[in-house]
Design a protein. Structure first.
Lengths: 639, 109
């Protein structure tokens, strides 16, 4: 298997080249087929790789060539596929294949069909590079590459200036995080003399836990993660990123790219477990993001915005899990989240498709009969994300919450509150969209239809995965074996990360599960009463809202705050530099060199009066002056 | 020749220099104040001859004939200058019907 591993990222790259070059030549069916099949082929190889690792339990290390060879620093272009990256490979290529298939239907009317598939293939290539690299430099290439593809795809409909702005926003916010990551790599190369995982993780074990250099490195890595994975304070780009086509939101901004930060921290668990300060910060930031984004999601009316904030919130959960030391739990949530959030986004895309492009839930309602497959699958996804057993979200979320309970009681309380909010806003979305009466225009109602098979098949597959995906990690207390934890054990084999939850009494664990399921069901019932029974519809823009609802609807004015704190001062500073320093100072000096001869010659040319008598007069004066000077000079010399 | 030298040397050198200066100054003032091109021309000749006088006198006083050779050069040059200058003045007169130099103020910046 080791010999063919390089094919996994190369296949999508081939797809990118073919689709990119032939985007205007090849027919749409061919482009869709190439794009989907190549990713599917990569999925096949990934399965083979996965099963090999599952059998042997050994990581695969392949060095393709020596890439950077400068003095003592050697950075090979090498792949490392272990348990962690094998699972990521399956998610990326598996969910990627489904989303490619879905895109073939969703984008079929778009002019940029070929371009879209080329970008999508390129994204898969970079994402695979990110998870397969055996050192931080390769990871960084992938990291930057997915950022680029994210930018290209968010701004896919770039003729709309708002969308182009959203793309720029995503790119710039990611740059801030990327800088942190890059600095972390520099520090690591400086301290450990290498960027390879194996070398760094072996060397770090010799250091004392809490050593300040490790804290600096991990904090910088975490800055990178906050950018890519949309955590406070760099989360505002993700909701705006919904400007991209819906399959992009599903693949990049829900299932894969945004989990890169979690993958990176999980991959670097050897470093992070040596930095308790960073771990605490990660937990706090994750928790704050989870709660904050959930609060915003409560009142959003754009179906994709709700899902976007839900993604931010769930990513916060994952970071909370990592922060409290539940690396397996956090990564488990990455897997289940990839299933149900991709499903929800694709479902939302299907709804938007049916609604002729309208994304406002206030115009939907009563779609259950019109788009039954979409409705059923989205309901499954919603149950999964709400954490109601036995669907996948329950297991992963519960594992995180149990670890959080072990870590700190009040953080657990906030986590449960967030779970309740999650359940509420997700069921609100379902009830507003599929229940009640249709609230859109007649034209839209006439046009309502279920999506084609290429779109519903991925929905059904993802729905099944969302239902059963949690079974890979059934905890002992429920009679399972937690296959995932056993599988990932070699990666998270770290004495400081030992599973404390297993020491909890079974009754406590049941109590925790009961509590989180209880609040989720309560929120479900409240949402049902509010939106189905009482037929409440969120008010239109410009109408009266309560204070809290206004705050939430306007995203707590975070964008405005950033605008005021960062953009305005920056603008002022750059305007000052532009108008005063550059325009007046530097340009002034340069122009002065030009205007000084000009102005002085304007004055001097008046001497050229054309009056011969005057010339002669000046000449005589000159002769006298020269004479006086030379005589005076000789006098002085003689004295 | 000896006798002629004695006659010349019988007047003190300072007087010659003073005379030359006066002649030269008259020439300069003539050039500066007159507008008639021909008068200016004449003033220039006056200045040239003031210098010639001085050259000849110094030559006698220092017993060095090269000074007088210079006088011949200056005379030849002055003759050429007059030929060219008068031609110019004739052309100027034909073009402007005037020999007032203040009319010739077209040549500027």
């Amino acid at each position: 298997m080791d010999k063919y591993i390089w094919l996994i990222p190369v296949l999508p790259l081939i797809g990118f080249v073919i689709n990119g070059l032939g985007r205007n030549l090849l027919p749409k069916a061919v482009i869709g087929l190439i794009g989907t099949l190549l990713v599917f082929a990569a999925f096949g190889i990934s399965i083979a790789t996965f099963s090999q690792i599952h059998e042997t339990g050994k990581a695969i290390n392949v060095t393709l060539f020596q890439w950077i060879n400068a003095g003592a620093m050697k950075i090979p272009f090498a792949f490392l596929v272990d348990q962690l990256s094998a699972i990521m490979l399956l998610i990326i290529t598996g969910v990627g294949t489904l989303i490619h298939l879905y895109s073939a239907g969703y984008m079929s009317h778009d002019e940029g069909f070929g371009k879209f598939f080329a970008y999508l293939n390129l994204f898969v290539f970079f994402m695979l590079l990110l998870v397969m690299g055996s050192n931080y430099v390769i990871m960084f290439i992938g990291w930057e590459g997915v950022g680029l593809c994210s930018y290209l795809l968010i701004g896919f409909w770039y003729t709309n200036p708002d969308y182009a702005d959203a793309a720029k926003k995503a790119f710039i916010m990611n740059r801030i995080g990327d800088l942190g990551f890059l600095l972390a790599i520099f520090v690591m190369v400086n301290v450990f003399g290498s960027a390879s995982y194996n070398v760094i993780f072996a060397k770090v074990k010799m250091l004392e836990p809490g050593f300040w250099v490790i804290t600096v490195i991990t904090l910088l890595l975490f800055v990178g993660a906050t950018g890519k994975s949309a955590q406070i304070p760099l989360f505002t780009w993700l909701p705006d990123a919904m400007a991209g086509p819906t399959p992009v939101s599903a693949l990049i901004h829900a299932a894969t790219m945004v989990t890169a930060g979690i993958y990176m921290i999980a991959r670097s668990n050897a470093l992070f477990s040596f930095a308790p300060v960073t771990m605490d910060i990660i937990a706090y930031i994750g928790l704050a993001t989870a709660l904050f984004a959930a609060l915003i999601a409560l009142t959003q009316t754009d179906i994709k915005k709700v899902l976007a904030y839900s993604t931010v919130s769930q990513l916060g959960y994952m970071f909370l899990g990592l922060g409290v030391g539940a690396f397996t739990g956090g990564f488990f949530h990455v897997i289940t989240h990839a299933f149900f959030k991709a499903l929800l986004f694709l479902g939302a895309g299907s709804v938007i498709h049916a609604m002729s492009g309208d994304q406002d839930m206030r115009n939907m309602g009563g779609l259950w009969k019109k788009v039954p497959i979409t409705a059923w699958t989205m309901l499954i996804g919603t149950i999964a994300i709400a954490g109601i057993p036995p669907f996948s979200g329950f297991f992963s979320k519960d594992e995180i919450l149990a670890h959080t309970y072990e870590h700190s009681k009040w953080m657990y309380g906030v986590g449960v509150l967030t779970a309740m909010l999650t359940s509420f806003y997700m069921f609100r979305l379902v009830f507003l969209t599929f229940f009640g009466k249709f609230r859109g225009t007649h034209e839209q109602e006439h046009h309502l239809h279920e999506s084609p098979a290429s779109m519903t098949i991925p929905l059904i597959v993802l729905a099944i995965l969302s239902m059963v995906g949690g079974l890979i990690g059934v905890p002992h207390v429920l009679g399972g074996h937690h296959e995932l934890a056993h599988f990932l054990k070699p990666v998270f084999d770290n004495p400081s990360l030992h599973n404390k939850v297993e020491e909890l009494p079974a009754s406590t664990e049941f109590m925790l599960m009961g509590l989180s399921v209880g609040v989720a069901v309560l929120a479900l019932i409240y949402a049902w009463v509010k939106y189905v029974k009482n037929k409440h519809v969120p008010v239109r823009d410009g109408e009266e809202r309560s204070l809290l609802a206004t705050l939430s609807y306007n995203k707590f004015y975070v964008d405005e705050l950033y605008d005021f704190l960062i953009r305005k001062p920056l603008d002022t500073a750059s305007n000052f530099l532009y108008l005063v320093v550059d325009k007046m100072g530097i340009d002034g000096i340069v122009n002065a060199f030009g205007s000084a001869p000009l102005e002085s010659s304007k004055g001097l040319r008046l001497l050229q009066s054309g009056n011969v008598g005057f010339y002669i007069f000046i000449m005589v004066i000159g002769v006298i002056a020269v004479l006086a000077y030379s005589l005076g000079l000789t006098d002085i010399l003689h004295k | 020749m000896e006798k002629f030298f004695n006659i010349v040397q019988s007047v003190p050198l300072n007087h010659y220099i003073l005379l030359s200066c006066i002649l030269f100054s008259i020439g300069v003032i003539g050039v500066l104040t007159r507008r008639n091109a021909i008068v200016i021309f004449m003033s220039v000749e006056l200045m040239l001859n003031a210098v010639n006088l001085l050259l000849a006198v110094f030559s006698v006083f220092r017993n060095d004939p090269s000074g007088q050779v210079f006088v011949f050069f200056v005379m030849a040059l002055a003759a050429a200058e007059v030929a060219v200058g008068l031609a110019i003045i004739v052309m100027v007169y034909r073009n402007t019907s005037s020999i007032d130099i203040n009319v010739l103020n077209k040549l500027k910046w």
